[in-house]
Design a protein around this ligand. Sequence first.
Ligand code: GDP
Length: 195
Amino acid sequence: LFAGQTEFLKGVVAMAGMPPADRVEVCFAGRSNVGKSSLINALTGRKGLARASNTPGRTQEINFFTLGVERYLVDLPGYGYANAPLPVVEKWQRLLRQYLSGRQTLRRAFVLIDARHGIKKVDQEILALLDSSAVTFQVVITKADKIKEKDRSRVLDQVRGVLANHPAAFPEIVVTSSEKGDGIATLRSIIATLE
Ligand code: GDP
């Protein structure tokens, strides 16, 4: 669906650097190592596209990709780095807050959660920020292939329990595996139908 029409546009470190808010936009957030780059690459069908955002110097940038001419896909910096210095964390939180509350065309935030870990405290902070910014968010479980079928319902129950306390939560949870391809088509069609 998006293959061949996704391009890296730019990485920004301040609101002023963002492209004009002139089209439907979705963003992806998640702890570092949650599988965000892999998921974006699987979604867009372009290997290595989201790699740039993983190199250390670029981790604080908000990366904009075009999906055809009608949409932006926004890759937010991974959070929860164990050794990130406080000023770096604070700068990133400020930019994130500005982005989430100031971006008129942002239709949905996809919050990635590792199937093995469920929602952690550091994820809860982002969810609270999404609530207060009134940005609808949808949980995407990643690396579903890493857990057994019987453990799936336990993770889903934990996530559902947390979502019940978040007014901005979209109730449907998308279970994905970038490795096996599970859930990728579902996620694509969700993005494609947002208006
Ligand atoms: P990011 O830091 O969130 O961008 O995470 P990456 O996409 O770089 O993935 C982190 C690690 O998890 C890498 O070693 C990936 O190969 C692995 N990974 C990502 N997605 C999957 C998946 O769906 N299944 C499995 N088994 N491993 C995955």
